[in-house]
Design a protein around this ligand. Structure first.
Ligand SMILES: C[S@@+](CC[C@H](N)C(=O)[O-])C[C@H]1O[C@@H](n2cnc3c(N)ncnc32)[C@H](O)[C@@H]1O
Length: 122
């Protein structure tokens, strides 16, 4: 819920949602240690500010935070095309950590360009 008056610019998150959400700031150019892996990471419109070497380093760190089969979402104006990474291209702005040695906790085709787009049709 958006605040008004003296609370303008603030938000209140319902307790049942807030108790499931952990907020933490981090600097992507520093080592990332989240203490767990994620099924989905959204890192949209951030890497375009970094040079290629930094982008490669950041993607490597984010990929290491993904579960096998987990997804990395970047901004639509961003591409990982110019850098080496171990992620599979799914569709524009969406990459997937391949299922290798570990068993994925996600089904193999959770996201495909024909079945899902968080950005509408493309
Ligand atoms: C254009 S905004 C995008 C914000 C949001 N992700 C979105 O799509 O609306 C760029 C964001 O990158 C963040 N950023 C820039 N350098 C960063 C870094 N080294 N580590 C973490 N975040 C960074 C900035 O704080 C800013 O919030």
């Amino acid at each position: 819920m958006k605040g008004t008056g003296a609370q303008l610019g603030s938000f209140v998150v319902r307790p049942e949602i807030a108790k499931r959400v952990h907020f933490q700031s981090l600097n992507l150019v520093e080592p990332i240690n989240m203490g767990r892996k994620f099924h989905v990471i959204f890192c949209r419109n951030v890497m375009m500010y970094f040079d290629t070497a930094t982008q490669r380093s950041v993607v490597e760190k984010l990929a290491a935070c993904l579960e096998p089969g987990g997804y990395l979402f970047v901004g639509h104006s961003e591409t990982l095309g110019g850098i080496e990474h171990g992620l599979e291209y799914v569709c524009p702005a969406i990459y997937r950590n391949p299922c290798t040695t570990s068993r994925s906790t996600l089904p193999p085709d959770t996201i495909s360009p024909t079945r899902f787009s968080p950005f509408g049709s493309f």
